[in-house]
Structures are given as structure tokens and as C-alpha cells.
Design a binder for this molecule. Structure first.
Ligand code: 5GP
Ligand code: SF4
Ligand code: MG
Length: 465
């Protein structure tokens, strides 16, 4: 998901709509905005579909006045998955004795089932099936007087990944879990302040990037001032390495590193680890593009656009049902036949999950007369599900969970298939010495199976670590 908030500007919701539009790659199922103004109090609008199809309408934006607003774009990883219901669309809102608060959450709460059971037993009435709603109910039960303190109370009971943007009548609040699994940045626009999942959304509204909200930090912004709190016991951070590989936009800066440059560097590492003789290096667009550029630069094999992407389609993986995903590849990608015929092609993609994309692209390329098709993948084999906010399927659907690289290569019918090593990936994100196995610098559980946060609910349901 993507989260965004602004305070201290006229018509904050307009800025939020633009910010969410720039974060649309993080969630395409639905979006919502809450604003506050003196005359009406809290205003809220939640809609299915793209930001641009909803939050550009004057009639809707007129219902969201005020100098303070937050928003959310949804990509379902819990709750009503695949058939999002409007009640699961954020921001969520709660009314407490000292006034209301709205929250927008990116990440996944791994003890949400346990918390929900406990809260329902004690009288909470849940409105949605979303894990994030627990936070509102925990806040309602806190005995603290002020909203930020209530939120701290609540979040100390929450296990998992959370980057949250929240608001009260007067405050904009940002908080990241102690491991800082998902991103969140702070920016400035004139006298106003901005919180965003990624820096690309600061750029779109002309805000200046100030710094990351740090892992385990809560920032409370009021009357133009930013106050920093440290509500959790300090831990070593474990940022999601897959944000660098796929999830974030290439024009964003994560933890001081350009996502584009990291991806290009992954391609360089891949060319060193897994060279092959070929005529052309082609990306599977758009997610494989920077790594393909790096592979081409390092190998000296010319880069070319062997596959053309229809710009009007969304991300295939993110379409939640199997059927839509299967159609998606063909609707979205088409082979550049004139270029491909008779050539030995290296295709670079960011990841192999079920293998659907790889099979379809191999078929399309061979149909178009390619001589050989080699795949190079910008992440290690995805062998484990993510419980922290990326919707990887269960292990039985992950092709790397049951097959070796050679078996996958045979199964997918390609001439060769190589994945970047975990150490190569760490070098590409700037860890010159590779991965520190005693204390990994990032979360890489979907590749390593080493979960930095025990997925409590899933373990209870029988998931074996
Ligand atoms: P597959 O077709 O192997 O099931 O999925 C791999 C493709 O899904 C890649 O092209 C990748 O760009 C895309 N993808 C989109 N969203 C995600 C995601 O959340 N996780 C992973 N691993 N891949 C994703
Ligand atoms: Fe990111 Fe993978 Fe960790 Fe999930 S399991 S947070 S996708 S690195
Ligand atoms: Mg892709």
C-alpha cells in the first residue's frame, strides 16, 4: 500500500490526491482521503479504483476541504483479498473522548487475528476485515489522554510491519515499526509538512525531501513543528530488500539510495555472476528495465526493447485473482517481432513467483522466432511468502519453494535461468561485504526463509518456519 499526508497548506486533499497518484504502483485496488476543516470537522471519501479516476473530480474534492489531510492507496494483503469491499478501504477513522483520529497503514500486522479475537471478546465492534483496524480499537481502549500517546500504547501491542500516516484535528503523525520494514519519508512544502511512502510523491507536489522517518520513530507535526518520539525499544533495522528490487518506484530514494541505481547495479552483479553469450539484452518491462540496462552495460551485449508494454495496464501481479493475472500478461506485454527474429535473447525480470510471466514470455518470444531465450532474474528465488505487506502467495504456489534452479529452468522451458545470489543483491544495495548472516542488514525472508518478526497468526494456523 501507499500512504501520504500533508499539513499546513490550503486544500491539503488536492496535494494528497497528487501524492497518492504518484504512489499508485503501491496499490491499485482502491484509495481514500480524509481531511479536516474547522467548519465540517473530519471529511472522508473512499473509492474503488485508480486515484486519477476518482480524486480528480471537482465535486468530490470539494467535499474534502481543509489544511490537513491524509490518504491511502490499497493493495490487499489481508482482509477482503481480491474482492476489496469498501469497508476495508482506508483511512480508518475513530472517535475518542478527546476527539477523532484517522489512520492510513502500509504493512501487515502479524498478530492481527489474536488481537481481533481479544478485542471482540472485550466489546470492540469491528467494521472491516482489515488487520489495520485493530490499531483504532487498541487506541480506543488506551487510558492515555492524547492521541499520539494512545497510538504509542496501541502500537506497542502490535507485531509486524507498519508505516503509518495518521491525523487528528490539528496534528499530522507518522510512525514506523521498530525494524522499519516499510518506507516512510518526511518532506517540506513551503511552511507545510508532508509524509509519504516514497520520495517520488514529494517530487510530484514540489515538496523538498527532508529525511526518512526512522525505524521505531514517531513524528508528530503540529503548528508547523516536527516533534520526534521513540516509543519502542531500539532494535537493529531490517528494511524490506524487495522494495529495492521491485516494489518502490525507480525514481525514489530509499534509505539514501537511488532505487534506479540499485536496480542497475543488480544487473551489473547479475552479468558478473551469470554471463551468457547472446545478441540482445531485453527487459521484461517495466520492472526489469533498470537491471537489464545494468546487465547490458556490464556484459557489453546491446540493450533493446524486445517486449513492448501497453502503458494503460496496471501491474499484473497486483491484480489479485489467478484468472485476471493470467490474462494480464498478454494484455500488457507484446513481443517486438521485427527485432527478435533469429536472435539469442537475454531477458531480465525482477522476480519469478509462480512462473506465469516467465512461461508466457518464453512462448511469445519463441513464437516470434527467437533463437534462444535466457532468463536472468534480479532477485534470488522467491521461496517463502511475505507476511509484512507484499502479497506473495502461499508456499505451494511458489515455484522456487519446491524446485531447484535447474528444475525450474526445465519446467519453464527456457534455455537458461539464473537468479542473482543473495550476496550479490546485498552488494547491489550497497553492502560491499554482502549479507551478514549473523545479523542480516535487511529483511529478505521471502528469499531466505529467515523471518525477522515471527508471523504469529500464521504459525498458529500451522505455518512452519
Ligand atoms: P510470476 O509471473 O512469476 O508469478 O510473477 C512474477 C512477476 O510478477 C514479475 O514480473 C514481477 O514484476 C511481478 N510482480 C508484481 N508484483 C509483485 C509482487 O508483489 N511480488 C513479486 N515477487 N512479483 C511481483
Ligand atoms: Fe520484503 Fe520479502 Fe521481507 Fe516481505 S519477506 S518484507 S517482500 S523482503
Ligand atoms: Mg514484472
Amino acid at each position: 500500500c501507499g500512504v501520504f499526508g500533508v499539513t499546513g497548506v490550503t486544500d491539503a486533499a488536492n496535494f494528497v490526491a497528487l501524492g497518492l497518484h504518484a504512489l499508485q504502483h503501491r496499490g491499485q485496488e482502491a484509495g481514500g482521503i480524509v481531511s479536516h476543516d474547522a467548519a465540517h470537522g473530519f471529511n472522508s471519501a473512499r473509492r474503488f479504483g485508480y486515484v486519477r479516476d476518482n480524486f480528480t473530480k471537482q465535486s468530490l474534492m470539494d467535499t474534502l476541504p481543509g489544511p490537513l489531510a491524509i490518504g491511502h492507496v490499497r493493495y490487499s494483503t489481508t482482509g477482503s483479498k481480491g474482492n476489496t469491499q469498501i469497508r476495508d478501504v482506508q483511512p480508518f477513522f475513530g472517535e475518542f473522548s478527546m476527539g477523532g483520529a484517522a489512520i492510513a497503514h502500509n504493512g501487515n500486522i502479524v498478530n492481527a487475528d489474536a488481537l481481533r479475537r481479544e478485542l471482540i471478546d472485550r466489546g470492540s465492534i469491528f467494521q472491516s476485515s482489515s488487520d489495520s483496524e485493530c490499531i483504532i480499537h487498541l487506541m480506543a481502549r488506551s487510558l492515555q489522554r492524547k492521541v499520539p500517546e494512545r497510538m504509542q500504547d496501541a502500537l506497542r501491542r502490535v507485531e509486524g510491519a507498519f508505516s503509518i500516516v495518521a491525523m487528528t484535528r490539528t496534528k499530522l503523525i507518522g510512525v514506523r515499526d521498530p525494524l522499519g520494514v516499510r518506507p516512510l519519508v518526511l518532506g517540506q512544502i513551503g511552511d507545510g509538512w508532508v509524509l509519504s511512502s516514497e520520495t517520488c510523491a514529494l517530487d510530484i507536489i514540489g515538496a523538498e525531501f527532508i529525511r526518512d522517518v526512522e525505524p521505531g520513530e514517531m513524528v508528530v507535526i503540529e503548528d508547523g513543528e516536527v516533534h520526534s518520539h521513540r516509543p519502542f525499544a531500539p532494535q537493529k533495522s531490517r528494511f524490506c530488500i524487495f522494495e529495492h528490487v521491485y516494489f518502490s518506484r525507480p525514481d525514489s530514494i530509499l534509505g539514501g539510495r537511488s532505487v534506479y541505481e540499485t536496480r542497475r547495479q543488480i544487473g551489473v552483479e547479475l552479468a558478473r555472476e551469470a554471463p551468457v553469450e547472446a545478441d540482445l539484452v531485453c527487459p521484461v518491462p517495466d520492472s526489469g528495465t533498470p537491471a537489464a540496462i545494468g546487465y547490458s552495460q556490464e556484459s557489453g551485449i546491446p540493450y533493446a526493447m524486445g517486449i513492448i508494454r501497453n502503458q494503460y495496464m496496471g501491474r499484473t501481479f497486483i491484480e489479485p485473482t489467478e484468472q485476471i493475472r493470467n490474462m494480464g500478461v498478454r494484455l500488457k506485454l507484446n513481443v517486438n517481432r521485427a527485432l527478435i527474429r533469429g536472435k539469442r535473447i537475454v531477458l531480465v525480470d525482477d522476480s519469478v513467483v509462480r512462473g506465469t510471466t516467465t512461461v508466457k514470455i518464453r512462448e511469445m518470444l519463441l513464437d516470434a522466432g527467437a533463437q534462444t531465450v535466457h532468463f536472468r532474474i534480479a532477485s534470488p528465488p522467491t521461496a517463502w511468502p511475505c507476511f509484512y505487506g507484499v502479497d506473495t502467495p502461499d508456499r505451494d504456489k511458489l515455484i522456487a519453494a519446491t524446485m531447484s534452479e535447474d528444475e525450474m529452468c526445465a519446467h519453464l522451458g527456457v534455455d537458461s535461468l539464473r537468479f542473482i545470489s543473495l550476496d550479490g543483491l546485498y552488494r547491489a544495495v550497497g553492502e560491499a561485504g554482502g549479507r551478514d548472516p549473523s545479523q542480516p542488514q535487511y529483511c529478505d525472508a521471502c528469499f531466505s526463509g529467515e523471518y525477522p518478526i515471527t508471523p504469529t497468526d500464521r504459525v498458529e494456523k500451522g505455518f512452519r518456519l
